[in-house]
Ligand binder design. Structure first.
Ligand code: ARG
Length: 566
């Protein structure tokens, strides 16, 4: 039984208000002392011509004999519901166990398509930790939307087109060594790309040469195309290694190049709608009446840019997927870019563009290290991941509690620690990367949540042979058990908030609190001790089982794996 639904039904029956209205009004009180749910009676005062406290008092009187409630109280204009603890625990834990690892799953998204554009690193340009932030967020959002029944498409809009390819080809011809690049493509391509910038400062003609090469590429020159293809292939191979480590998968790797032949149509449409104006030789869409700087569509040399490719991509996505939402998980420094392209699409009269949304995130700061991308002092994703795994491995060696599969455990914990860090705060906040906080097994961290899960699983393993699945929990009324089970009941709320705001941190917060409540519960409720009677033992084991399954689902939604012992 869903207690919230039950309360809504009851209120709606006695007040004759429509259920929807009651549902929107019912609140979770800020303090447990005010009950488990509250109904504010203020909006009723007008219709009923009565003071809210009197209304609340009347309603409390009418509902007080219901066995589902321990009591129903009037406090000011509020009607506060206190659930019958035993009933609540029993019903909720039974429902969690029955869901079989699918607690909180729903089908509200069924029939709707959500596109998530995330990670989207660039070839030739530095590929940095900001892309890892995008990957962590996008991957989690993909899992959240899927859990809610949406059809989700994960799109990796690789930066594989643009003038930097001219620079790269130019640099390659001058300083490139095929063998060296093949061995370590990302570093080596970056090296020659950085060298290009250094050299071009002294010798500006290089810029012209690079433009020539890009022109060749745009015209389909076979040598330039073959090089481009090669750079793309070897870079993608490297990116995929990182994605494998993270357990991230994409449905499409169509990058900017994919849209290079789809831009003329956009230019034609905008021209036809009289939206293109001339500005210093370039063709732009004027957005001054919306207080937005003009969006450049064609540069003065006729070349298209990032924005044009994004507009072509949005149109293509609309036609291909007929999306309900098209979400771009990209750092907040690009907020203006998205504002501009969304405005252009609105101008073009594309109704569907209302489904486009920029989901921004803050900067990642590494203590003591600059994150600048031009001078080559870049921190690479793979190095960061490997460092996390190595550090975890060292902790595991020291603790000596993990006996088997140390490599696998270190990997799941190390990677989990990183993902957790990105999803710990509201996404627009900047992040300071600190190994100590990330790998603090007792703080707010992935290892802490993973440890709580492993601890629960170890209790269940030790209880092998005890049949607890049918245990009756109606006699469990302990306060810590109650707080823990209440948290289990709140999972769907956390998932919905995360999806509504595109903020996985709601789930991060949720699972961290759940782990804390679980720790408190098993510290005050001994489980396998000899002096615990069988009935209580079975009931507590059932709560442990339900909790483990919800911790696992919640971590899964963050992209974090669990381990059975640590
Ligand atoms: N490649 C871009 C960058 O690294 C991000 C692309 C985001 N996606 C998009 N459709 N614009 O800054």
């Amino acid at each position: 039984m869903d207690f919230k639904e039950y309360v809504i039904d009851k209120i709606s029956a006695v007040t004759e208000l429509p259920k929807e209205q009651v549902k929107n009004a019912v609140e979770i009180p800020p303090d447990e002392k005010m009950g488990d749910l509250a109904f504010p009676c203020f909006p009723l005062a007008k219709v009923m011509r009565k003071a809210p406290p009197l209304i609340a008092k009347d309603l409390a009187e009418k509902l007080k004999d219901d066995a589902v409630f321990e009591r129903v109280e009037q406090a000011g204009g509020y009607l506060n519901f206190f659930f019958n603890k035993g009933e609540f625990i029993k019903e909720t834990v039974d429902a969690v166990i029955k869901s079989n690892g699918n607690w909180g799953r729903s089908d509200i998204g069924s029939g709707k398509t959500v596109l998530l554009d995330y990670s989207s690193p660039n070839i030739a340009k530095p590929f940095h930790i900001g892309h890892l932030f995008s990957t962590a967020l996008g991957n989690s959002l993909a899992k959240i939307y899927k859990y809610l029944g949406y059809d989700v498409q994960s799109l990796n809009h690789i930066g594989d087109w643009g003038t930097q390819f001219g620079k790269l080809i130019c640099a390659y011809h001058r300083w490139g060594d095929a063998e060296v690049i093949d061995k370590d493509p990302i570093n080596e391509l970056l090296k020659i790309y950085v060298k290009f910038h250094d050299e071009a400062k002294k010798n500006p003609e290089l810029e012209d040469e690079a433009r020539e090469y890009f022109k060749k590429l745009e015209d389909g020159d076979s040598e330039a195309t073959a090089l481009w293809q090669h750079f793309r292939d070897i870079s993608l191979r490297e990116f995929k290694r990182v994605y494998d480590m993270l357990g991230v998968e994409f449905d499409s790797y169509n990058g900017e190049a994919f849209y290079s032949d789809k831009m003329q149509e956009v230019v034609d449409i905008l021209r036809e709608k009289n939206l293109l104006v001339e500005s210093e030789g370039a063709k732009v869409v004027d957005l001054s009446d919306m207080n937005i700087p003009p969006c450049i569509i064609l540069k003065s040399d006729g070349a298209t840019i990032y924005a044009t490719r994004d507009i072509a991509a949005a149109l293509y996505r609309h036609r291909t997927y007929n999306f309900d939402k098209n979400i771009y998980v990209v750092g907040t420094p690009q907020a203006l870019h998205f504002k501009q392209i969304f405005a252009v699409m609105e101008r073009a009269g594309w109704e569907w563009s209302k489904g486009c949304e920029h989901v921004g995130f803050g900067l990642v700061k590494l203590p003591g290290k600059s994150m600048s991308t031009r001078n080559g002092d870049v921190v690479f994703l793979e190095d960061v991941l490997n460092e996390a795994i190595e550090k975890t491995r060292a902790v595991i060696e020291e603790n000596d509690t993990v006996k088997e599969n140390r490599d696998e455990v270190a990997k799941k914990i190390g990677i989990g620690a990183i993902l957790y860090t990105f999803l710990k705060n509201s996404r627009e906040k900047d992040i300071i990367f600190s190994w100590d906080t990330m790998l603090d097994f007792e703080g707010e961290s992935a290892p802490y949540c993973q440890y709580s899960y492993a601890r629960g699983r170890s209790i269940l393993r030790r209880a092998e042979g005890i049949d607890y699945k049918n245990a009756d929990l109606s006699n469990i009324t302990d306060a810590d058990a109650y707080s823990l089970v209440k948290q289990l009941g709140a999972f769907d709320n956390a998932i919905l908030s995360a999806a509504n705001k595109n903020e996985p941190f709601y789930i991060n917060r949720y699972v961290t609190d759940l782990a804390k409540l679980f720790n408190k519960f098993y510290n005050t409720n001994p489980i396998l001790k000899d002096d615990v009677d069988d009935e209580t033992k079975r009931a507590r084991l059932k709560i442990v089982d339900a909790t483990c399954s919800v911790i696992k689902s919640a971590l899964m939604l963050l992209g974090i794996e669990t381990v059975e012992s640590m």
